[in-house]
Every structure is written in structure tokens, then in C-alpha cells.
Design a protein around this ligand. Structure first.
Ligand SMILES: Cc1ncc(COP(=O)(O)O)c(C=O)c1O
Ligand SMILES: Nc1ccccc1C(=O)C[C@H](N)C(=O)O
Length: 394
């Protein structure tokens, strides 16, 4: 047996998170795509069955109160809060990430004031954020400037209204310096809006600690909420009174059932709600979050770094030098929970990997992406993935 296989065995035996794998429905596929769609937590089907058959089927309309449907967005927001370093009362769950980017960015620009006429956006962003930022800029009459996050500090000025950044880059897996960039944005008098899609549930975020203004994220990746599970919006407590939603639906009204023709915003994070929540997806997410009850994000982060370090070591051992190039930064402080390898025939290579039971994904034009969800990925998985990659490339 190779030295790396033995090392993987030892690392798995010493891994205190290893038992968590049994909380998920998995097979013998090496699943390294939890940064796109997290695996199914084993308790979710039973909960969804109960929500459909009993809460909907039997209680029907009574469930809005009796099953806690109406308050689910803020209740589940409070379950996500500790995972992203937020005190309760600042997160609501609902809508897609794209919609929440829109709410957050327009609200940030409105808070920044008339004289600030520029929005900065991460040029390397997952495309939806860029598209929405462009529309938000047009609607609010601001100029949009797309730049690399590293260029943000020097681009900030007294015209900057808001900056929309990704905590971890979806393609290369670079972790951006949220504390330093937020501080720089604040020093310029602007607001920081962070997209946490690729960091929440994988590493500590520290929203409150670092004074982030607004944040959004999805729940179907490292939070394992399921396909299309609703996203969330964080509004820092002391900004909530000034949060002027561009989508002030009736669910964000101070008195939704007053059915008043005039709008009055609800207090607190509830202002981030829009319309009727998608209860089935939302309650599947709530069940999925049970997985985290006794798990700390710092232990998840420690395992994530150990897994990605070990995977890189195995890739180096099993592949011809230069056949793939790692584009994810080596320093731990700059790495999310995925490894991106560049190779010219990445699309074909990923197809062959999937056929051999190693599931990652391909990102245009030449990136092999491997996501490591520490709750259910083992060191043996990392070794096998690298070994099969070496064979497929061979
Ligand atoms: C950084 C980032 N933002 C946004 C999204 C998508 O947003 P939505 O939930 O609207 O599909 C993704 C991936 O789907 C993403 O990786
Ligand atoms: N929501 C999806 C639906 C279908 C297929 C992929 C996604 C993703 O989430 C892609 C992911 N955001 C990415 O970083 O590539």
C-alpha cells in the first residue's frame, strides 16, 4: 500500500469530524462538488415528509401559525447566524442569492447618500453578482466600476457608495481579506456588501466582529440546504433602521395582515423579507441545519485546510509535473475550501473523472474544481480523487 494511502488512513482515524459523515446520504462516489450542491443530510427526507403530509396535508392553513411557517425566515436566519459570526436578529432567509444581492446593493447605495455616485464590484465575481450590480447601478443612477478585489483599496474614495465583493472566489478558490477590505471600505465612508456563497459553512466569517454592513449567501453549498434552497440576507443591527428595501413586499411590512395601502417597514431584519416564503425548501433547509448543532466552524476550517493540503500533496505525487497547475493560493489565509486546477483539456478530464466515480466540476474555460466539505469528505476521498486524476491524466 502506498505511503499516501496509509497517511490517509491515519488522518481519518484521528479526525474528530469523521463520524459526521453518517449524518449524510452518500455512496462510494468521491463527492467533491459540495461547493455547488451539498449532499443530502439523512434527516431531511423525514422532515419534508412531515411538512408535506401533516403540516400541509392535515393542518393546512393553520400551519402558518401552528407549524411556525410565517416566522420561518427569521427563525432559520438565527440558525445560520452563528455559522457566519452574527448575533441573532440580523439575518432573514428567502429568495435567491441574486435577489438578495439586489436588495443589499440598492439598500447600501441608498444609505450611502446622494453625493456618492460610484459602485465597485469584484470583476472576477460569479457572473450573477456582476449582472445584478450593473442593473442596480442603472436603477440608482450610479456608475459601476468592475475591478480585481486587490485593486479595491486604491480605487476607494469619497465618491464610493458601496462595494460588492465575494469572500471566496467561485472559480479559483481565493479567500479575500474580509476584515482588511471591510475596514478600507469603511475608512472611505462607503458600505461593504459581501457574498458568502463559497465561505459560509466552510470557514469562519465573523460578520459582526468585522463590522460588515450587508451580506448575502446561498444555502445549497456548504450548508447543504438542497437544490434551490433559499438564500439569506444579513443587515447589521445598527443599519436596520435605515435599510430601505428596493423590494418592499408585504412580508416586510410592520403589519402585514393590516393590509394597509401604505407601506410601513417592519422593524429589524424583517425588512429584508419580500413575499410569501417558499416553505418546503425553507423547512428542508431548517432540517439540514440540524447537522451543525454540535459542530464548530473552526473545527470545520481546520479540517478543510488539512484536506486541501493533503489533496495537493497527493496531486503532486500522482501527476506529471506541469500537467495541471494549481490556481488556488497555497497560503492558508488566502484559500477557501476548494482546489482549482488548470489544465487545457479540463472539460474532458472532468467527464472521465466523473465516469470513474470522482465528482468535481468543470468551470469554463480550463478549470477543474474540487470542493471539500469537511462534514463528509474524508482524507481517503482526497487520496483516491488525486490518484484517479493521475490515472485519467496519465
Ligand atoms: C458567489 C455566488 N453568488 C451567487 C450565486 C448564485 O446565486 P443564486 O442563488 O441566485 O442562483 C452563486 C452560485 O450559484 C455563487 O457562487
Ligand atoms: N446553483 C446552481 C445550480 C445549478 C448548477 C450549479 C449551481 C451553482 O451553485 C454553481 C456555483 N455557484 C458555482 O460556484 O459554480
Amino acid at each position: 500500500m502506498s505511503e499516501l494511502v496509509l497517511r490517509a488512513e491515519k488522518l481519518d482515524a484521528a479526525d474528530e469530524l469523521a463520524p459526521l459523515r453518517s449524518r449524510f446520504v452518500l455512496d462510494d462516489v468521491v463527492y467533491l462538488d459540495g461547493n455547488s450542491l451539498g449532499a443530502l443530510p439523512a434527516n431531511v427526507p423525514g422532515r419534508v415528509e412531515d411538512v408535506v403530509r401533516r403540516q400541509w396535508g392535515e393542518l393546512r392553513i393553520r400551519s402558518w401559525d401552528e407549524s411556525g411557517w410565517w416566522t420561518a425566515p427569521e427563525r432559520i436566519g438565527d440558525r445560520i447566524a452563528p455559522l457566519v459570526g452574527a448575533a441573532p436578529g440580523q439575518i432573514v432567509v428567502g429568495d435567491s442569492t441574486s435577489v438578495n444581492v439586489f436588495k443589499a446593493l440598492v439598500a447600501a447605495v441608498r444609505m450611502a447618500g446622494e453625493e456618492r455616485d460610484e459602485i465597485l464590484v469584484d470583476a472576477t465575481t460569479f457572473p450573477t453578482d456582476g449582472y445584478i450590480a450593473e442593473s442596480a447601478a442603472r436603477l440608482t443612477g450610479r456608475r459601476l466600476r468592475a475591478l480585481d478585489p486587490a485593486e479595491v483599496p486604491s480605487a476607494l474614495g469619497d465618491r464610493t457608495a458601496a462595494v460588492l465583493l465575494n469572500h471566496v472566489d467561485y472559480r479559483g478558490g481565493r479567500l479575500h481579506d474580509l476584515p482588511a477590505l471591510t475596514a478600507a471600505i469603511h475608512a472611505a465612508g462607503a458600505l461593504a456588501v459581501w457574498d458568502l456563497c463559497h465561505s459560509a459553512g466552510a470557514l469562519p466569517v465573523g460578520l459582526d466582529e468585522h463590522g460588515v454592513d450587508l451580506a448575502v449567501g446561498c444555502t445549497y453549498k456548504y450548508l447543504n440546504g438542497g437544490p434551490g434552497s433559499p438564500a439569506y440576507l444579513y443587515v447589521r443591527r445598527d443599519l436596520q433602521g435605515r435599510f430601505d428595501s428596493p423590494l418592499p413586499g408585504w412580508n416586510s411590512h410592520a403589519e402585514p395582515f393590516g393590509m394597509s395601502p401604505s407601506y410601513a417597514p417592519a422593524p429589524g431584519a424583517l425588512r429584508g423579507r419580500v413575499g410569501t416564503p417558499d416553505i418546503l425548501s425553507m423547512l428542508a433547509l431548517e432540517a439540514a441545519l440540524d447537522v451543525w448543532d454540535d459542530v464548530s466552524v473552526s473545527s470545520v476550517r481546520a479540517k478543510s485546510l488539512a484536506l486541501t493540503d493533503f489533496f495537493l500533496e497527493c496531486v503532486t505525487a500522482y501527476t506529471e509535473p506541469g500537467r495541471v497547475v494549481c490556481v488556488t493560493p497555497e497560503p492558508h489565509g488566502e484559500r477557501g475550501s476548494q482546489i482549482a486546477l488548470r489544465c487545457p483539456d479540463a472539460g474532458e478530464v472532468m467527464k472521465r473523472l466523473i465516469a470513474r466515480g470522482v465528482v468535481g466540476d468543470f468551470r469554463h474555460p480550463d478549470i477543474l474544481r474540487f470542493g471539500f466539505t469537511p462534514l463528509y469528505v474524508s482524507f481517503a476521498d482526497a487520496e483516491r480523487a488525486a490518484r484517479v486524476l493521475g490515472e485519467v491524466l496519465g
